[in-house]
Design a protein around this ligand. Structure first.
Ligand SMILES: *[C@@H]1O[C@H](CO)[C@@H](O)[C@H](O)[C@H]1NC(C)=O
Ligand SMILES: *[C@@H]1O[C@H](CO)[C@@H](O)[C@H](O)[C@H]1NC(C)=O
Ligand SMILES: *[C@@H]1O[C@H](CO)[C@@H](O)[C@H](O)[C@H]1NC(C)=O
Ligand SMILES: *[C@@H]1O[C@H](CO)[C@@H](O)[C@H](O)[C@H]1NC(C)=O
Length: 402
């Protein structure tokens, strides 16, 4: 029943978007028998799904049209991390000139001043922050944290919002948090340590975890996320945005069908509200959503963004697309522009997008969004200058003048 309702919502959302009709409460008249082979969905069926509270509104609000955030990942502190949650501490490479990296600070300044970006995501490995003990720990290594904080401060000094992203795939050295790996209290403790540092910094955003995948029990994962949210709020960071990631590399396409949306929709602040708890979704434009091919084949609208927008609207929730990207080729410019236009048209539920990636990625990297510097002049990659830059697409709120 719960599953049928989910699929009904998805189909209903697509139909409604197509004919632009006004919405009625989604009746479970559309039935769909989901594949029984997906262990993720079977975990969710047992949980009760409350009737969607506000499905009567399934069209973008009148104010939709401009996104609140546009930006890019400034990678480097995550280098050396594998998808099994192992991270070689020595592999981390600070994207700051003073630590022999690319000039991440200069990049961010350029992106803000010349492109109108207003958000950056700063990936970092858990082990870099705490050391690589046999068992995970919560205590920050002061030396390493100071280097990471230098990047956070460089970001904040531009006036942008700055996402702290623990880039560990729900894992520490192969063990899944709360499901065989570190206890929830360890990850919550890490976040408590971090949140104390930024409790009075409103532009910091807490990205709980990069791309959980192959997590056996989504309900248990939501409990891990709940522990982190509680810890961050209790550390005094009471108002900042917190990003909640789902299973399957937090794919926008399967965020609902994997059960992530329903499970994470139960996560609350200590005061019982869901204020500033934002879903974290990723989506690439290549053939397998891996973000490893230069060519783009989709704008993701029909299979990802449209059904997700419907679910979010029906449940009164919002999402931020913290990773997207493609090669610096014409097809990617076309599809990316379509994707951003759709997100902007649904900006009541989508807060914005961040490209992958600048920072310490060499400009020759397949998905490079790293600008090149010559004297005082920065030159953007093709995808940035032709699609992602708010200066070009004009689809992002404009606190800046060019
Ligand atoms: C991290 O520590 C574990 C446990 O001591 C060890 O097995 C592993 O090789 C270490 N990993 C790295 C990347 O240093
Ligand atoms: C912090 O990390 C650095 C670099 O990995 C290491 O040399 C140092 O011993 C660590 N400090 C503590 C207190 O663990
Ligand atoms: C994960 O998401 C991708 C699309 O982003 C999809 O192709 C794939 O089937 C999904 N995998 C699972 C296990 O749901
Ligand atoms: C850098 O700029 C200078 C001055 O405009 C120009 O002469 C030079 O060719 C540029 N270098 C590159 C690599 O574009």
């Amino acid at each position: 029943m719960a599953i049928q309702r989910l699929y009904a919502l998805i189909v209903f959302g697509l139909l409604t978007l197509l004919d632009g009709a006004n919405c009625m409460p989604a009746a479970a008249t559309v039935t769909h028998t989901p594949s029984t082979s997906n262990p993720l969905t079977s975990t969710v069926v047992s949980s009760t799904v409350a009737p969607a509270p506000s499905c009567a509104v399934n069209h973008p609000s009148i104010s939709a049209g401009k996104l609140r955030f546009a930006g890019v990942n400034i990678a480097g502190f995550d280098f050396g991390c594998g998808t099994d949650g192992t991270c070689t501490v020595a592999g981390a490479w600070p994207p700051l000139a003073q630590y022999y990296g690319y000039d991440g600070a200069g990049q961010m300044k350029h992106f803000v001043q010349n492109d109108g970006y207003n958000i950056f995501r700063l990936p970092v490995g858990w082990q870099y922050l705490t050391g690589n003990d046999t068992t995970a720990v919560s205590t920050l290594n002061a030396t390493n944290f100071a280097e990471y904080d230098a990047l956070v401060q460089a970001c904040l000094s531009t006036g942008a919002h700055c996402i702290i992203d623990i880039h560990n795939y729900a894992r520490f050295n192969g063990g899944i948090v709360g499901q065989g790996g570190p206890d929830n209290s360890v990850l919550a403790g890490l976040w408590s340590s971090i949140a104390k540092k930024y409790a009075h910094t409103p532009n910091v955003i807490f990205g709980v975890m990069n791309e959980p995948h192959d997590v056996p029990d989504i309900t248990l994962w939501a409990a891990s996320v709940q522990a982190v949210v509680t810890a961050i709020r209790r550390a005094g960071a009471t108002t900042q945005l917190i990003l909640l990631p789902g299973n399957n590399w937090t794919s926008a396409q399967t965020f609902v069908s994997s059960g992530s949306a329903d499970a994470l929709n139960k996560v609350r602040n200590p005061d019982g509200t869901k204020l500033n708890l934002i879903f974290d979704v990723h989506k690439y434009l290549d053939s397998d959503n891996s973000g490893s091919h230069p060519d783009c084949v989709t704008n993701n609208i029909d299979d990802s963004w449209a059904p997700l927008a419907q679910w979010l609207r029906c449940h009164g929730r919002q999402a931020l697309n913290t990773e997207t990207g493609g090669g610096n080729v014409a097809d990617c410019v076309t599809f990316m522009s379509q994707q951003i236009a759709f997100q902007a048209a649904n900006s009541d539920v989508f807060l914005g997008y961040l490209g992958w990636s600048a920072g310490n990625f060499d400009p020759t990297y397949t998905l490079a969004e790293t600008p090149t510097e010559n004297g005082t002049t920065w030159t953007d990659t093709m995808l940035v200058s032709s699609a992602l830059s708010p200066k070009v697409n004009k689809l992002v709120v404009e606190p800046f003048t060019f």
